[in-house]
Design a protein around this ligand. Sequence first.
Ligand code: PGA
Length: 271
Amino acid sequence: MRRTYIAGNWKMHKTPHQAGADFRQFAARMSAVALQKDVPKALNLDLAIAAPAVHLAALGRAQGPVALLAQNVHWEKEGAFTGEISTLMLRELGVQGSLVAHSERRQMCGETDLNAGKRMGALLRCGQQAILCVGETLAEREGGKLEEVLRRQLHEAFRASGVRLAFEFLGADASRPLLSIAYEPVWAIGTGKAATPLEAEQAHAFIRAEVEHIAGSVVSSHMRILYGGSVNPGNVKSFMACPDVDGALVGGASLNPAAFEELCLACLDQC
Ligand code: PGA
């Protein structure tokens, strides 16, 4: 059984001071939950927050049940790449990985499938987590292109990653595989109009089958697929009830530590 994975995406929110206070508050509350409520279930829930790059140094020192992720990373280890950050820099700060190719970066920062794959490969080779974000626009869905878009995003990224072996995708602990995919339909992000659980499940099942073609059944059966797009404390359970939904990538509802705690507690039932 795959462990549940809930990751918050803070995008370009919070000053460093606010970020430190909110991260500590959320981590402390989730530690308390693990101790007081339901230890076996809490132990089956993996938590992370993807924070803006300038917060990572301070947050990386915080110990606790919440992993810290970057929102983007370059594929080279070092060099003349002004404005970029590398996997080596993240690792030294205690950052455990990064989002890759979030749709906002695809739409507004020129992110491509090729570069997404290179980022993913750099992370996995460094033993760090990669959450590869895929998803279709409304026009693509309405044009019947959902599967074509997901197939292209997955195949191109896996090819460009240069990673081939199951243990490189999974890492040392297959119960916490390094590679996750976030299915985030672009039309559902930040709009308050989430996909239905059925729409999410169909896309997730398709993604898992494609990854099986590309990387084999060991990778596809261990890899976690998170749904993202207007997830909130009220609807998260309906997604988690779907067999191929292993967690959520949460934007707006992760910004308030109390609301994010509520969302995570709702998931404990399904862990
Ligand atoms: P949202 O964002 O939860 O605010 O829709 C999700 C995301 O962009 O990862």
